[in-house]
Write a protein that binds this ligand. Structure first.
Ligand SMILES: Nc1ncnc2c1ncn2[C@@H]1O[C@H](COP(=O)(O)OP(=O)(O)OP(=O)(O)O)[C@@H](O)[C@H]1O
Length: 588
């Protein structure tokens, strides 16, 4: 029952709705007491041969009235209580979704997509059920049970009522014992569902790789293993759950046996009439539903309780992004001063970055090069505030980015990541994703600058062509150029291209970089790349190795230095002359 307390904030906020719901429920239950009583009265009148046509029809009229009240009340409580459940669902979904969007990279590193999806679907459904079916079953079993017992006491006989209800406490004992087991079984079951979701999501996303490497059978075997584990855990839930009904049936059987034995004795001794006994048996019949409902109730409640705890644990996680000292959302602009002495990824002992110090005047371009896994993207991640727990300081225009709101830092940055993501919508909206009010002309200008405009015109629906999961598949190079168009659409103070030109040919790369240089005259650009021609015109180039700067200078200085950069440049020049430039040489 703890879940009702945990959801107290919600029931408090929706008090009016639930009070109306309970009122209608009470009306429906009171109307439900009429038929057994009427049947008893009619039976007695029949026995005494006093039943006239007029009395019969007036009682039937009374039954009809009770049926109408019941019909209208049911309509009322359904609207109120199910409506409440829908409101809770909306509330929790919004909370969870906003929470996901606020969280930092560490959170998403800890929780996999499938697990988060399970929280947002299965767990929320279970909690929502508490506010609908749970409340209904709880209130209805108490109201139906309570009013029926009161009717037994008033219309029949208190001694028979007390004796017949003697087995009832067994129900409470059973509910308590089984409820405890159910809670832990449900927690396990929901966690198993999360793992299953994870596996499904990963396999579906990676289906091309699985097939290419002929790993279908292995993946199916892996999947079956997880399914088998999930089923074993769910069977445990069903086993505990299925104990409720037989025990309830036993208790009901006992109640009937006591009623017939003791009630029969009371009829024989003329303490009650036969009609009253018939009414009493009908009332016991009315108690059957609330008794079974208690079993169902525990299922709903314990499932909801376990899920609510899981959702709350997720909502309780705080982003490690440092709280801003300001509330402004204005984009930061000005010179970039990057002074990071040390950074480690969460749960990793190795230093991912060490002594990365550079200054970039507004309007300058920085190149980041180095072998794979050197730390280029990590340098960018700190600037994007994916992680705040580094030693050192990064300032833009003299303002420490950790003192500013995340919005104001990110509003000034246009980022093209290594892995491009397209949303399931048309090309136009994908380009103006961060600036939906931009006109077609502005979208086209950005597309031209990133050399994707001509490709788009070749698609059947041009800018209306659907992309993403449900649309056409774009080539790697097209995706990259579309992502660049998206990033420059907001006219960012700092544009970051993280290996964003690797899939375009050298000629297109030169076109894009020349256009960007012209258009972004007073704006800063950071280019991380494997192909050194991407950074050759940068004001400063940092060669990164093992999280440290191992060479620095402009292109000419680095060539003169005759280190890794110069060697790689010569190698790439030879490769491009041999015709391999279209794929872009690797620097590993
Ligand atoms: N989230 C993470 N948790 C732990 N280690 C990470 C994480 N992301 C990256 N690393 C590690 O940090 C190091 C630097 O990675 P990073 O992605 O910055 O390299 P990079 O130079 O951008 O490589 P590439 O050129 O292949 O993109 C690598 O050893 C990588 O394994």
């Amino acid at each position: 029952m703890g879940i009702f307390k945990k959801l107290g904030w919600f029931f408090q906020a929706e008090k009016k709705r639930y009070l109306w719901g309970l009122f209608f429920l009470l009306m429906a239950d009171l109307a439900g007491l009429v038929p057994p009583r009427v049947i008893g009265i009619l039976a007695d009148k029949m026995g005494a041969k006093q039943l006239t046509l007029t009395t019969l029809f007036s009682w039937l009229g009374f039954l009809l009235l009770a049926a109408i009240v019941q019909y209208l009340s049911r309509f009322g409580w359904r609207n109120m209580i199910w409506g409440g459940a829908a409101t809770l669902e909306r509330e929790l979904r919004t909370q969870l979704f906003s929470h996901f969007l606020k969280m930092d990279a560490t959170f998403f590193q800890r929780h996999r997509t499938g697990d988060l999806m399970a929280h947002a679907t299965n767990d929320l459904n279970a909690v929502q059920n508490v506010a609908g079916a749970g409340i209904l079953t709880f209130a209805d079993s108490i109201l139906t049970g309570g009013t029926t017992i009161v009717a037994m006491l008033i219309f029949v006989d208190w001694r028979l009522t007390v004796v017949a209800l003697l087995p009832m406490p067994l129900l409470a004992v059973m509910a308590r014992v089984l409820g405890k087991h159910l809670h832990s079984a449900f927690s396990e079951s929901q966690a198993a569902f999360s793992r299953l979701n994870d596996k499904t999501q990963e396999s579906v996303s990676g289906v091309k790789v699985i097939k290419t490497f002929g790993q279908e059978n292995e993946d199916v075997a892996d999947f079956e293993q997880i399914v088998a584990k999930t089923i074993t855990i769910n069977k445990k839930v069903y086993r505990i759950d299925s104990l409720f009904d037989p025990i309830t049936t036993l208790i009901i059987g006992l109640t009937y046996a006591i009623t017939i034995a003791y009630g029969g004795h009371l009829v024989v001794t003329q303490a009650i009439t036969l009609g009253q006994l018939i009414s009493f048996v009908a009332y016991i019949g009315a108690l059957v539903w609330p008794m079974f409902a208690i079993g169902r109730l525990f299922n709903v409640i314990e499932r909801g309780n376990a899920s609510y705890d899981r959702v709350q644990a997720l909502l309780g996680e705080r982003s490690e992004t440092v709280m801003a000292k300001t509330t402004t959302k204005q984009p930061l602009h000005g010179d970039l001063d990057y002074q990071v002495t040390a950074f480690k990824y969460p749960d990793d002992q190795r230093l991912a970055l060490q002594n990365i110090h550079f200054e970039l005047k507004q309007g300058q371009t920085l190149g980041l090069v180095g072998r794979v896994g050197a730390g280029k993207t990590t340098i960018i991640k700190l600037l994007l505030r994916e992680f705040d727990h580094y030693q050192g300081k990064i300032t833009i225009g003299g303002r420490d980015i950790r003192d500013e709101t995340l919005d104001s830092v990110l509003a000034g940055i246009g980022y093209v990541p290594q892995e491009n993501f397209l949303f399931s919508t048309n090309i136009r909206d994908n380009i103006r994703f961060a600036a939906m009010t931009k006109s077609q002309a502005e979208v086209e200008a950005a597309a031209k600058e990133s050399a994707i405009h001509d490709d788009i015109l070749n698609f059947s629906s041009q800018y209306d062509t659907l992309v993403g999961e449900k649309g056409v598949s774009l080539s790697g190079g097209q995706k990259q150029r579309l992502s660049i168009a998206r990033a420059i659409m907001t006219l960012p103070e700092i544009l970051i291209l993280d290996d964003a030109l690797s899939a375009v040919d050298a000629k297109t790369e030169t076109e894009i970089l020349t256009d960007l240089k012209q258009d972004r005259d007073h704006k800063t650009t950071i280019i991380a790349a494997h192909r050194l021609s991407s950074v050759a015109n940068a004001d400063e180039i940092l060669v990164i190795d093992d999280g440290q700067i191992v060479e620095r200078g402009n292109h000419q200085q680095l060539l003169a230095n005759d280190g890794w950069y110069a060697e790689m440049w010569r190698k790439q020049q030879i490769e491009s002359q041999l015709g391999g430039e279209s794929r872009g040489p690797e620097t590993n």
